[in-house]
Design a protein around this ligand. Structure first.
Ligand SMILES: O=C1C[C@@](O)(C(=O)O)C[C@@H](O)[C@@H]1O
Length: 662
């Protein structure tokens, strides 16, 4: 095929061109090439007053790249309304002139392809296409359809569907990866977007991308497939991360996580998952190809149910925004990285003023609101308003102010905004919401949701990749700078705060949510059952004097006793974990709220439950080759009753626990 050949094992990017004149087409062919397209699809049916004998050679003679010639009739979704004979004559002419590819509708393909292959023994390749407007066929139906298409003599098959649920895309992936000839298959629409974004992973022949200035509904831009999702670098080993949300297109996650994954040399991609049904989604995309998810509106609370295990912090908050598929057993582990992100964003904007004792007024108790409330509760007084008391429709109240609802904002009187010292909006698209603009005008310090977004993304990234955070922090910082190219935190007038990204001094999360065995963000809070008495463990204060003598024991403790045990008991549940001090990695976790554990228990918090947690945690620790751990009860905990039962059970099950009592 010479220069027009099919690049083996490499998905091409194709820009469809739909202009009204040949001149425009020629101009855009050059633009598409400059933007990185590998080939071009020329929609003849869009050219007005089209004269085949005059216009076709003009197009083919000026092609800077291989062309697919397509002359779509009205009966198959195109613009051509003339007679069928003339249309097919035009396509015959394209073959005669040596077009690289010609696209035929399945209905007419059979006799035409045979005829053309006999008459013109050119290098032209024939694409046979089928647009399915009814429901997405099953795997079997798709295979049968592909066989019918192949029987026409096609060189390449093209199947376009319009899925009503993202799980139907799995059938497209199956077709792409299993069919023994070149296939183009994708779905249009937001729910179908991943079929286009992940096309190279599943071996699609080509993926489409629209050129700059001519976006095509339901299709990614050439720029995004080339630069954001980097089709060139994707292969069958690429791990797919993504945001589970509805809506999802507002998210800046892909433009943060994708460059960072590449920077870290991690063969992964981060995509938007428009999800309607969590259960179906997790059972469809259940393999190791999908190792981690962010969770956005409106699913942060609902998703807890689909996690096999939930980190104690997320459990206490009642919301999960990050899910990791544990490599050893495929279980889904839920975390919350929003809580720390929200509180540190506010604390940093207050420039060292403590939030303790202040009054927090929280509007909206959805997933993000819960995380913020939880973080604030132990230090400050908090007043919560939510439009929907029962939270029966969380989606509605969570998107206020978010693109495209930028004219809406939470219902707080503009006149009262000046009464607040600081106003924080968890929405980050746009960066400055109507609420923040008004608050700024009223003289309050304002904190954009971008701050929280960034911080939660850093922790999330470290969980996804199980890596240390320093480089990632810097990388994300650069990425967001490029994206926003403006300051990310603002306040009014002279008190202007510089844009900042929280760069923790210790290794950040190190693959787990916990920075240290016992503290998430310096102060660890767990709400008690009646939601009024937080357990608070105040981390030992760091000395301000860097020259202060550190004893040998202090220096070596983490190495001599590398594993710590943490036990948490509430009226509702019991959980315990073993953490490696140096890397801050949790090596084993067990909690009575986990699906598998609660299924076999009568109660989630009685003594038998504690004994079960001790036994299961011991099994998991032993599996991780950990046989010893040290345990210091949390500040308000006494080493008796249920706590003692957990620890005793661990000891009875082969773990040597050293207990430190003050
Ligand atoms: O709140 C957010 C933002 C987010 O939903 C996004 O828009 O990318 C991703 C979530 O993980 C996070 O908790």
């Amino acid at each position: 095929m010479g220069s027009t050949g099919i690049l083996k094992n490499s998905t091409m990017i194709c820009a469809p061109l739909m202009r009204e004149t040949v001149e425009q087409m020629v101009k855009e062919m050059k633009q598409a090439k400059a933007e990185g397209s590998h080939l071009l699809e020329i929609r003849l049916d869009h050219i007005t007053n089209f004269h085949p004998h005059h216009h076709l050679p003009a197009i083919l003679d000026n092609k800077p790249l291989p062309l697919i010639i397509l002359y779509r009739p009205k009966w198959d979704g195109g613009l051509y309304e003339g007679d069928e004979h003339s249309r097919l004559q035009t396509l015959r002419l394209a073959a005669e002139l040596g077009a690289d590819y010609i696209d035929f509708e399945l209905k007419v393909a059979s006799h035409l392809i045979r005829e053309l292959k006999i008459n013109y023994q050119s290098a032209t390749k024939f694409i046979v296409s089928c647009h399915i407007t009814s429901s997405t066929p099953s795997d079997e139906e798709l295979a049968n359809l592909a066989a019918t298409m192949r029987a026409t003599g096609a060189d390449i098959l093209k199947v376009v569907v319009n899925v009503t649920d993202i799980t139907e895309i799995a059938r497209i992936f199956h077709l792409l990866s299993h069919y023994q000839m070149p296939v183009i298959a994708y779905s249009v629409g937001e729910r179908g977007l991943i079929s286009q974004l992940l096309c190279p992973k599943f071996g699609g022949f080509l993926a489409y991308g629209s050129i700059k200035g001519y976006s095509i509904p339901g299709m990614p831009s050439l720029y995004s497939v080339k630069h954001t999702y980097k089709h060139d670098l994707m292969n069958s080993e690429t791990k797919v991360f993504g945001l589970v949300s509805k809506p999802v297109s507002h998210s800046k996650g892909p433009i943060l996580h994708n460059p960072t994954l590449r920077h870290e040399n991690f063969n992964g991609v981060y995509v938007p998952f428009f999800v309607d049904n969590l259960k179906e989604f997790f059972s469809t995309y259940s393999g190791s190809d999908f190792p981690g998810f962010s969770v956005g509106i409106p699913y942060k609370e609902a998703v807890v149910e689909f996690c096999d295990e939930v980190h104690p912090l997320a459990e206490s908050i009642g919301a999960v925004n990050t899910i990791i598929r544990r490599p050893c057993d495929g279980k889904l582990i839920g975390y919350n990285t929003d809580c720390e992100a929200a509180i540190t964003s506010i604390e940093d904007a207050l420039k060292g003023t403590l939030i303790s004792g202040k009054l927090f007024v929280l509007v909206g108790a959805g997933g993000a609101g819960r995380a913020l409330a939880f973080g604030a509760k132990s230090r400050a007084r908090i007043l919560i308003f939510d439009i929907d008391f029962e939270r029966s429709n969380p989606c509605e109240c969570n998107t206020l102010g978010m693109h495209p609802y930028t004219d809406q904002r939470i219902p707080v009187d503009q006149e009262t905004l000046g009464d607040y010292e600081l106003v924080f909006d968890a929405v980050y698209t746009p960066r400055k919401t109507s609420l923040l603009k008004e608050a700024e005008a009223a003289g309050a310090i304002t904190v954009s949701g971008v701050e929280m977004f960034l911080r939660q993304a850093v922790s999330q990234f470290n969980l996804f990749t199980d890596r240390q955070g320093g480089v990632v922090c810097k990388m994300l910082k650069q990425a967001i700078w490029k994206v926003l190219s403006k300051r990310v935190v603002s306040d009014s007038g002279a008190k202007l705060l510089l844009p900042c990204l929280y760069l923790p001094t210790t290794s950040f999360h190190a693959g787990q949510v916990h920075c240290s065995p016992r503290s998430f963000f310096g102060v660890e809070d767990f709400l008690d059952d009646d939601n009024s008495k937080p357990y608070t463990y105040q981390k030992g204060k760091k000395s301000k004097n860097p020259n202060k003598h550190v004893s040998f024991k202090q220096r070596t403790e983490a190495y001599m006793e590398p594993f710590t045990l943490d036990v948490f008991i509430s009226k509702r549940f019991v959980s315990a974990s073993v953490t490696h001090r140096v890397t801050c990695k949790q090596v084993a976790v067990a909690g009575t709220n986990s699906k598998d554990i609660k299924a076999v228990l009568r109660s989630r918090s009685d003594i038998p439950a504690c004994l079960a947690i001790g036994r299961i945690l011991a099994e998991r620790a032993r599996e991780a080759d950990v046989y010893t751990a040290s345990y210091t009860p949390r500040e308000r905990d006494k080493f008796e009753g249920k706590i003692r039962a957990v620890v005793q059970s661990l000891i009875d099950n082969g773990i040597d626990i050293k207990v430190y009592l003050d």
